[in-house]
Design a protein around this ligand. Structure first.
Ligand code: NDP
Length: 461
């Protein structure tokens, strides 16, 4: 029998890689994991976690304003970008340490190097040039921002990676894109006092989300003072005397200190030795996997963003746990990518699970749509005009709730719980017989008794 240096070698120390290495090692497997940058991956180092800390930071000016309506006199306030960056960096370093500690405690070998495949069982550690062998290999190298090389002046722009380490808070920013990252950063920078313009090629931001929420968020962002230019794209970015100059297709020239490109993310597969090992990739460079996350080579798996299935941290972690079941517990388990709850940490937030009204209209003959739009209690005294939107999409035939969508404070927190109800296949009758929690905004979800309207054959009736 062939003997290998390791039972498992994991390339990439992000959410999917660390989880598979740690759990396999805890099962007694001989495991090594290699990471070329920092343990924690995109989520911890330059994604979800620092982003959420920035979101909190950007909300304080509204909190200070709102306080007046409740009798508080907050006085003068000021914001210090460098202090925020330092505090964020300290927290990220702490989390990175925890990731490594978890691996070390499980007896996984932690390698701080890039690793590339030599063949189906051999990996080269770039720092030392040493090669090691493994029975099973997991590729979890994640993705990186699309640099948009076709845009003249793309090299003058930043991506979300750099947004976490800007030396100074810019006075103005142009953000290209209409997805999660563009929308979240537009709200963050605006909240921190930066003059913010979003340029999006489509008709409405956040394609694939429910149209009501997209429109509602657009209006709320515009009302706050964020400029949103739809149906437009960047044509050229160049240096000006006072920062950057952006030529757009339809809105002429924009000036800004910083231009942030948030145009999707591409899988990290270049130079990984995939061809040498026989691992197939698709046209976008993503690793092709079967339903068990197995690549075209039997002993090599790929997890998370590098496979470009659903680019979300919890999905990568779930795929890792399924890999463990399949490979080490004799229990072949396919990742379940159906009905994934998700949040956009915009201001107001979006929390959503299941099908948008538009998508449900294509799949079901008749829908009942329950929709509520209201001013949250806190806004009565704070004086904010912001409205919350809640929406349940129900298949009229089965009464099953097939989509739930929220725009407003804590929508992300609510989406997590709605995720359970939709995953469990709850019907509208289950919602109706659930007692409300009063006074909350979420109670609206169980008190919408009559449909607001119906959708038949995709048409509102
Ligand atoms: P998204 O896929 O969400 O959005 C990409 C945006 O860029 C879309 O608006 C898209 O337009 C636009 N776009 C793509 N190519 C071009 C182009 N050539 N010219 C002009 N516009 C273009 O990607 P993000 O970069 O925002 O985020 C990457 C992934 O990270 C997300 O898909 C998400 O899964 C994950 N993420 C999750 C977060 C969360 O859970 N809260 C937060 C941040 C990221 P169009 O819609 O028309 O295709």
């Amino acid at each position: 029998m062939t003997s290998y240096d390791y039972d498992l070698f994991v390339i990439g120390g992000g959410s999917g890689g660390v989880r598979s290495a740690r759990v396999a090692a805890a099962l007694g497997k001989k495991v090594a994991i290699a990471e070329e940058y920092r343990y924690g991956g995109t989520c911890v180092i330059r994604g979800c976690v620092p982003k959420k800390l920035f979101v909190y930071a950007s909300q304080y000016h509204e909190h200070f304003e709102d306080a007046a309506g409740f009798g508080w006199d907050v006085g003068a306030s000021s914001f210090n970008w460098k202090k925020l960056i330092a505090a964020k960096d300290a927290e990220i370093a702490r989390l990175e340490g925890l990731y490594k500690k978890g691996l070390a405690n499980a007896n996984a070998e932690i390698l701080e190097t890039r690793a590339e495949l030599v063949d189906a069982h051999t990996v080269r550690l770039i720092k030392t040039g040493q090669t090691v062998t493994a029975k099973t290999i997991v590729i979890a190298t994640g993705g990186r921002p699309n640099e948009h090389l076709a845009l003249p002046g793309h090299d003058l722009c930043i991506s979300s990676n750099e947004a976490f380490h800007l030396e100074e808070l810019p006075r103005s920013i142009v953000i290209a894109g209409g997805g999660y990252i563009a929308v979240e950063f537009a709200n963050i920078f605006h909240g921190l006092g930066v003059e913010t313009t979003l340029v999006y090629r489509g008709a409405e931001i956040l394609s694939r989300f429910d149209q009501d929420l997209r429109r509602g968020l657009h209006e709320a962002m515009t009302e706050k003072g964020i400029r949103i230019l739809c149906h437009d794209t960047l044509e050229k970015v160049s240096k000006s005397d006072d920062g950057l100059q952006v030529e757009t297709l339809r809105n002429g020239t924009l000036n800004a200190d910083v231009v942030l490109l948030a145009l999707g993310r591409v899988p990290n597969t270049e130079g990984l030795g995939l061809e040498a090992a026989g691992v197939k990739t698709d046209q976008r460079g993503a690793i092709v996997v079967d339903e068990y996350s197995r690549t075209s080579i039997d002993n090599i798996y790929a997890l998370g963003d590098v496979t470009d299935r659903v680019q979300l941290t919890p999905v990568a972690i779930h795929e890792a746990m399924c890999f463990i079941e399949t490979e080490y517990k004799n229990n072949p388990t396919k990742p379940d990518h159906d009905t994934i709850a998700t949040a956009v940490f915009s201001q107001p937030e979006i929390g959503t699970v299941g099908l948008s009204e538009e998508e449900a209209g294509r799949r079901y003959k008749e829908l009942e749509v329950y929709r509520a739009q209201f001013r949250p209690l806190k806004a009565t005294l704070s004086g904010r005009t912001e409205k919350m939107i809640m929406k349940l999409i129900v298949d009229a035939a089965s009464r099953k709730v097939v989509g739930a969508h929220i725009l407003g404070h804590d929508a992300g927190e609510m989406a997590q719980l709605l995720g359970i109800t939709l995953k469990a296949g709850c019907t509208k009758d289950d919602f109706d017989r659930t007692m409300a929690v009063h006074p909350t905004a979420a109670e609206e979800l169980v008190t919408m008794y009559a449909p607001s309207y119906r959708v038949r054959d995709g048409q509102k009736v």
